[in-house]
Design a protein around this ligand. Structure first.
Ligand SMILES: [Zn+2]
Length: 141
């Protein structure tokens, strides 16, 4: 019997890169939460370079969790401030990196925002959860 024939799904190279990126991002988030921004941005930069070298497009929640300017992991309340801003009928999420001050605006809500890559707010918050700052930290107290 030939090997691999019956396996339902083999992870592709892209899957492996994304898995590694998730793991590195978790470490980068931890570092940022500890206040070690230099280490955090080194890990963040590594995630981006790894994806680029492998020509893998990272999932949105990973791309949104790394500062485009200084590559620090964006942890809400530590390295990231989030506000909403309304401009006419459009609502934006204004995300500011507290390490370097870089500001990234995300259109929210409207159909046209979605068409242009906007993020529904619930998705944004679910993307934030993997930082571990939400549920599951009670044991630390
Ligand atoms: Zn930054």
């Amino acid at each position: 019997m030939r090997r691999g024939q019956h396996r339902a799904r083999r992870p592709s190279a892209a899957d492996i890169v994304v898995e590694d990126a998730e793991r590195l991002l978790a470490l980068a988030m931890d570092a940022a939460a500890r206040g070690d921004l230099e280490y955090s941005s080194r890990l963040g930069g590594l995630v981006l370079r790894m994806a680029q070298a492998n020509r893998v497009r990272l999932p949105r929640h990973i791309r949104l969790s790394i500062c485009k300017n200084c590559h620090v992991a964006l942890v809400p309340g530590v390295t990231l401030s989030v506000r909403t801003r309304r401009q006419g009928r459009r609502v934006y999420l204004v995300r500011r990196c507290l390490a370097c001050g870089y500001i990234h605006r995300l259109p929210l809500g409207s159909a046209e925002a979605k068409a242009s890559g906007g993020t529904p707010i619930y998705y944004y918050y679910s993307a934030v959860d993997p930082t571990g700052l939400g549920a599951g930290k009670e044991g630390d107290h």
